[in-house]
Write a protein that binds this ligand. Sequence first.
Ligand code: FES
Length: 164
Amino acid sequence: MESPIKTTEQMATLKGLIAPIADREPGPVLLCLQAAQAHYGYVPEGAVAVIAEVCNVTRADVHGVFSYYSDLKKTPPPAISVRLCAAEACQAVGGRALAAAWGEACAADANLATATGTDEPVFCLGNCALGPAALVNNQLIGNASVDTLKSAVEAAQNAAEASL
Ligand code: FES
């Protein structure tokens, strides 16, 4: 995949985005990484060097912060994100079985797998009474099943198509 930060102009765009953060915040590396991710949907290759330069730290310093936070992504997000709760209350009501069944559903349907990417578990969505819980494009789903997840993915795809 081509990084959106290769040319001098692209680097200037990112610098323009993060320089105000670096100027006003102490220890701005995490905030700059978050700003890059908010802008691109992930932290592209090349951003680490730009952030290191703007924040006046080493690339290793930036990489250390980048690799510590699992919410900071190295690759573009899937079109529709599906995240299943993996915390205890949801496990007690079938969360693991749902994760396994969702994995099987994605393995059997290449389009579903491509659209939703790899499930990244979350740990408690504050919806424990209606577990197993999930997020589909940040929409909370209670009593989640493979069918309700597929319906939510389809609705998200339809909404995305309608907005074009
Ligand atoms: S444990 Fe899953 S929502 Fe709280």
